[in-house]
Design a protein around this ligand. Structure first.
Ligand code: COI
Length: 354
């Protein structure tokens, strides 16, 4: 049995000097799980509201074999990051946006959800309890993974009787270190096109279905897969784990949010940054032909941050794009990361001190 600990007892422990960076080789960070000290758990019955959560030592959880998430995929996840600044603060980036997105996803998946305040508070507690795992400036970030799950037992198809918000975290650095070489998948789809499906929420059920295509692509030397719309196969949607943008003659285009595209918080922030820097940004359908004729292409996501696409291969034809320090991608990434890490002034109040 794992014993619940109050946040204060945990913070007390961490304040005795052990709060400084964990003994860890930060240069070895990639994007893989490094278990940290604590996780946050808050439960609620189907007809109730979330109220009181607690921090527990990080570890395996018990679940009824008939839990809604295991049997019928009733679950959502979120992803956000905490950065350590040069002056020793820890910053979250737009955590309220994740809380709002979780609420929208919970409505679609017939689950109760924590309020945005409860969500942000739970994220802060998780980060504080694990603050020795927030990498030093320049070495990466603490990736925070909130899960909302139907954990009560169900056999007949229907909403689970009990729900759990569980938040764990892991220090990470880059998801990819080099420009991506994408394969366009023209037989399998990530989400149902248009409104009505679940492509626009972070349902756990949207992710494993990409594995067939990504495993095959990776075996053939590609970094990841770009998916097309399922209605016509003519328009680009997103890469398995991130949103996509193209740049032609300094005009930026990204597929519009239509129910199949995940409304990425990095996507939204990059659009705002680009507009502030004076660029034209269009959110609309982007055809495969248009993408193949672009000057630049890049991906955005919490895990991905902002990463250049070096090439795209469609039905055996490979097209290359501009990459490197002179690209718009590099400029937008530098601005975003500057704000996230406290190096650039945060004029929009996007960052939140933990
Ligand atoms: C994120 O960027 O946070 C994601 O959700 C991508 C994940 C599949 C690694």
């Amino acid at each position: 049995l794992i014993k619940a600990m109050s946040p204060t007892s945990i913070l007390g422990n961490n304040n005795d000097g052990s709060e400084s960076a964990a003994e860890f080789n930060w240069d070895e960070l990639g994007f893989r799980l490094i278990p940290t000290d604590y996780m946050y758990v808050m439960k609620c019955a189907k007809e109730d509201k979330f109220s009181q959560g607690s921090l527990l030592p990080y570890g395996n959880i018990e679940m009824n074999p008939s839990a809604g998430i295991i049997n019928y995929g009733q679950g959502l996840f979120e992803g956000l990051k905490a950065h350590r600044t040069e002056d020793g603060r820890i910053l979250l980036f737009r955590p309220d946006e994740n809380g709002q997105r979780m609420k929208r996803g919970a409505d679609r998946m017939c689950m109760p959800s924590p309020s945005v305040d409860q969500f942000v508070n739970a994220v802060k507690q998780t980060v504080l309890a694990n603050k020795r795992w927030v990498p030093p400036p320049g070495k990466g970030s603490l990736y925070i993974r909130p899960l909302l799950m139907g954990t009560g037992p169900v056999l007949g198809l229907g909403p689970a009787p009990e729900y759990t918000l569980l938040i764990y975290c892991s220090p990470v650095s880059s998801y990819f270190r080099t420009p991506l070489n994408l394969k366009v998948e023209d037989k399998l789809y990530r989400a149902i096109s248009g409104s009505g499906g679940t492509g626009g929420i972070k349902s756990v059920t949207n992710y494993a279905p990409v594995y067939t295509a990504t495993t095959d692509a990776k075996a053939n030397g590609f970094s990841d897969v770009l998916f097309l719309d399922s209605a016509t196969g003519k328009y680009i949607e997103e890469v398995s784990s991130c949103n996509v943008f193209i740049v032609k003659d300094n005009i930026i285009c990204t597929p519009h949010i239509d129910g199949a595209i995940l409304p990425g918080i990095t996507r939204k922030s990059i659009i705002e940054i680009a507009i502030d820097l004076g660029y034209e940004v269009m959110e609309r359908a982007v055809s495969v032909e248009e993408m193949l004729g672009a000057d630049e292409m890049f991906c955005t996501g919490t895990a991905m941050i902002v990463n250049s696409v070096g090439s795209v291969t469609y039905k055996g034809t490979r097209v290359e794009y501009n990459t490197g320090p002179e690209t718009l991608c590099a400029k937008l990434r530098a601005t975003l990361v500057g704000i996230q890490t406290g190096c650039l002034e945060d004029t929009k109040s996007w960052t939140v001190n933990v």
